[in-house]
Design a protein around this ligand. Structure first.
Ligand code: ZN
Length: 158
């Protein structure tokens, strides 16, 4: 593990405030609420500057300090990169919002904004030692499941 690669500390329930160890393989609290990843942001503030972003790869992993994956060796990615803001001139005129923009997430490898969350989730599962995953569709477009299935770096079943 690279020191300070991630400042992830633990999981916390936003509803009842129950805390879980960061190596816990769950995403739900005993009360049923989804858990949130928590980070040591005060320590991060001491060691981080915006200048660091300028030299990093243009992917979601450039923000690794605030992702729950502790080691870059566990990253599973299809190349989820940066996506552009598209100026919506016509719609902006209609609503008198001249600077209206929309983020074009359709350029991600799966064509869905969910690719980033899936990449982090699969990476964390790999880090926790999972060798097989089962994925509910949860509204994900078909290419996401198909794309993850083709990823050779992580042997899993969907
Ligand atoms: Zn709870």
């Amino acid at each position: 593990m690279i020191q300070n690669y991630s400042y992830f500390t633990h999981l916390e329930c936003p509803k009842c405030k129950e805390e879980y160890d960061g190596s816990t393989a769950t995403h739900l609290c005993v009360c049923g609420s989804p858990l949130l990843a928590r980070y040591d942001l005060l320590r991060l503030k001491e060691h981080w500057s915006i200048e660091q972003l300028k030299t990093r790869e243009p992917t979601l992993w450039r923000y690794h300090e605030v992702l729950p994956v502790l080691s870059p060796a566990n990253r599973v990615s299809l190349g989820e990169g940066m996506t552009p803001l598209v100026h919506m001139k016509t719609l902006g005129k209609t609503y008198e919002l001249p600077n209206l923009c929309m983020k074009d997430e359709g350029l991600l490898p799966t064509g869905s904004f969910k690719a980033r969350g899936a990449a982090v989730g699969v990476s964390k599962a790999k880090e926790l030692g999972f060798r097989r995953l089962r994925c509910r569709r949860m509204g994900m477009p078909e290419p996401l499941g198909r794309s993850i299935h083709l990823e050779p770096a992580f042997n899993h079943t969907l």
